[in-house]
Design a protein around this ligand. Structure first.
Ligand SMILES: [Zn+2]
Ligand SMILES: [Zn+2]
Length: 179
């Protein structure tokens, strides 16, 4: 499924954030380093405790959108995310491809991340529908994902979770049959 160049990348960023243990400072540092390309070149990524708190809050906000479960609540929670955004679009080709950045040049890491994630989620929901956002159905996994399957049928965050759940279902059928 194609749901647009910007939103697919930005939504993956949002999903990665929601699935990160952002309350742990080192994990958050690693997350920012792994997603360095999303930030303007001179962005300060060494965060204060307050900024780390703001990013954790953003991660919880993304999860809240995914868990909302019906359109009106999805819209409310998306608007909560967008309220923290400061959108000032500009064209850039910093990575060799011409594209739009939605946050101001010179904005803090928190502001850039908030804006990118909020706009990305909003564009996805607008273009592809909120039902594309999913929560992994495996018993011990809470990860969120974007369903890019053709018939919108995905239930698990990863192949790993899908096959673990398949094995569990098989075992429980076996137990049922031997009773
Ligand atoms: Zn860029
Ligand atoms: Zn999972």
């Amino acid at each position: 499924m194609d749901y647009g160049g910007y939103s697919s990348g930005a939504v993956q960023l949002a999903v990665d954030l929601a699935n990160t243990h952002y309350d742990d400072p080192q994990t958050l540092v690693d997350f920012l380093a792994a997603h360095r390309d999303w930030f303007a070149t001179r962005t300060r990524l060494r965060l204060t405790p307050e900024e780390r708190g703001a990013i954790a809050q953003l991660g919880r906000g993304v999860r809240a959108v995914v868990e909302a479960g019906e359109e009106a609540a999805v819209i409310d929670r998306l608007n909560d995310l967008l309220a923290g955004a400061d959108v000032r679009p500009r064209m850039t080709n910093h990575d060799g491809t011409l594209h739009v950045h939605y946050s101001r040049g010179g904005a803090s890491a928190v502001e850039q991340l908030t804006t990118t994630v909020a706009v990305g989620m909003a564009l996805l929901v607008m273009d592809a529908g909120w039902t594309r956002l999913g929560l992994c159905a495996a018993e011990d996994c809470q990860d969120v994902f974007v369903d890019t399957s053709r018939n919108s049928s995905r239930r698990f965050c990863s192949e790993t979770c899908a096959s673990r759940a398949g094995v569990a279902a098989y075992r429980s059928r076996q137990r049922g049959a031997s009773r």
